[in-house]
Design a protein around this ligand. Structure first.
Ligand code: PLP
Length: 455
């Protein structure tokens, strides 16, 4: 690791931050009472804070740093790009070499029928783009009444008005009177939290949850619905890994009723589930696919929408101009970072590594936490997993006041040198894809120590 960049004291940074920096998803009064943790550097899977602590990043930042921290290949590619062409737009019949190359490279690793990418700067912007593009598609198909959307409770699709409306987070909806009109939500295929006590098998439960889509389509009318959007594995909702029956049934229903299927791959994309995309892992054939995060490993902000031939051919032939885009769509530095990131993933065979080697190794280690008296279930696909905190295992009893124990556990975990995230009382992890076997052992040992301290 290089020398710390901070020139002032931790306290100075905390004061400046408390006075002037409004943090996302943060209770500012609570934060200011204790002060923010100041991170100053990182390498591989390890973070360093301003007080000299070395912390294992079990969350790859916010699920994004696939290739790990401190990769000189990306730094050099971005530096070169900033020297050659720091900015030019991709509007008005313009492109630049990095945008063209990255568009080709990213579509080459995507499912075969997705041959175009619309660049954005974030997952939220990607989902706003989905909203507009799906409506334009149905206009072009002479079905202008197909304007509404179905998504899932507890799904997460971003923070913009459309992203938060697609999302099924009740706290977000409550604060700003969302969702906007015409966005409906169905149940999630959350076996541990909602399926166990139904008397159904996981597969029966998965099918039942998928059939809620058909019920909702019948209620709203297929002629009024543009698309169904969902994450292959629901990430921010607590790493909800669907039963095997779920996605085939969802796919069947979308085709039967002529509803576009949108996979939000912002977390699952770029190797997280052991294939390039979660759609590959679950056999989904999406019409549109939202991407971000692992696309550049977070080194430079970027997102995108991958567009199927079905949608692209119609919109290109019939819509004329798509009146949509962002000043920084296809930003040269982001494209350069994305290209270097993809090159690393391919040269180091990171996706294959997650599928065949480190993924299975970590899954076995993580599953072993299931024997802990406070863990009701430890699940993982690829390198994305969750551990359910419970007060009692036989029969399962959750802690009262959901979220209190999870938050305590998250804080204890950082004290133990491991970043885990709490979603209610579900502890989630998604480490960088470059994590070594020794680091997997260390991660699980630190998680176990945290659970022991909680007991
Ligand atoms: N979609 C999913 C599945 C996400 O997990 C996220 C962010 O966590 C988003 C969309 C929003 O992405 P961003 O925060 O880059 O706007």
């Amino acid at each position: 690791m290089t020398a710390p960049v901070n020139l002032r004291s931790t306290e100075d940074y905390r004061k400046m931050d408390a006075a002037h920096h409004w943090h996302p998803f943060t209770d500012t009064a609570e934060l200011n009472a204790k002060g923010a943790r100041v991170f100053t550097g990182a390498e591989g899977v390890w973070l360093r804070d301003s007080e000299g602590n070395r912390i294992l990043d079990g969350m790859a930042g916010l699920w994004c740093v696939a290739v790990g921290y401190g990769r000189p290949e990306i730094v050099e590619a971005v530096t070169r790009q900033l020297q050659d062409l720091p900015y030019y737009n991709t509007f008005f019949q313009c492109t630049h070499p990095s945008a063209a190359e990255f568009a080709e490279a990213v579509t080459a690793v995507a499912p075969a029928h997705l041959n175009r990418v619309f660049f954005t700067n974030s997952g939220s912007e990607s989902n706003d783009t989905v909203f507009r593009l799906a409506r334009v598609y149905w206009d072009c198909m002479d079905k202008p009444s197909k304007k509404q959307f179905i998504a899932r409770r507890n799904g997460y699709h971003g923070s913009t008005v459309v992203g938060a409306s697609f999302g099924g987070m009740s706290a977000m909806h409550g604060q700003s009177d969302l969702p906007i009109e015409g966005i409906h939500h169905i149940g999630q295929p959350y076996w541990f939290g909602e399926g166990r006590e139904t008397g159904m098998t996981p597969d029966e439960f998965g099918r039942a949850r998928a059939r809620e889509l058909e019920d909702k389509i019948r209620e709203v009318g297929a002629d009024n619905i543009a698309a169904f959007i969902a994450e292959p594995i629901q990430g921010a909702g607590g790493v909800v890994i669907p039963p095997a029956s779920y996605w085939p049934e969802i796919s069947r229903i979308c085709r039967k009723h002529d509803i576009l299927l949108v996979a939000d791959e912002v977390i699952c994309g770029f190797g997280r589930t052991g294939n390039w995309f979660g759609s590959d892992t679950f056999g989904i054939e999406p019409d549109l696919m939202s991407i971000a995060k692992g696309m550049t490993s977070g080194y430079v902000p970027m997102g995108g929408v991958m567009i199927s031939d079905r949608v692209a051919d119609v919109v290109i032939a019939k819509a004329g101009e798509f009146y949509h885009g962002y000043t920084y769509s296809g930003h040269p530095a982001a494209c350069a970072a994305g290209l270097a990131n993809l090159r690393i993933m391919q040269e180091e065979k990171l996706v294959e590594r997650v599928r065949d080697d480190i993924g299975p190794y970590m899954q076995a280690k993580w599953a072993s936490l299931g024997d802990h008296p406070l863990i009701g279930e430890a699940r993982m696909t690829g390198l994305i997993g969750a551990a359910e905190l419970v007060r009692r295992k036989e029969p399962i009893e959750r802690f009262p006041d959901a979220g209190t124990t999870g938050t305590l556990c998250r804080n204890l975990s950082v004290e133990n040198g491991l970043v885990m995230r709490a979603v209610g009382d579900t502890m989630v992890i998604a480490p960088p894809l470059v994590i070594s076997r020794e680091e997997c052992d260390e991660l699980v040992a630190r998680a176990r120590k945290t659970f022991d301290r909680l007991a």
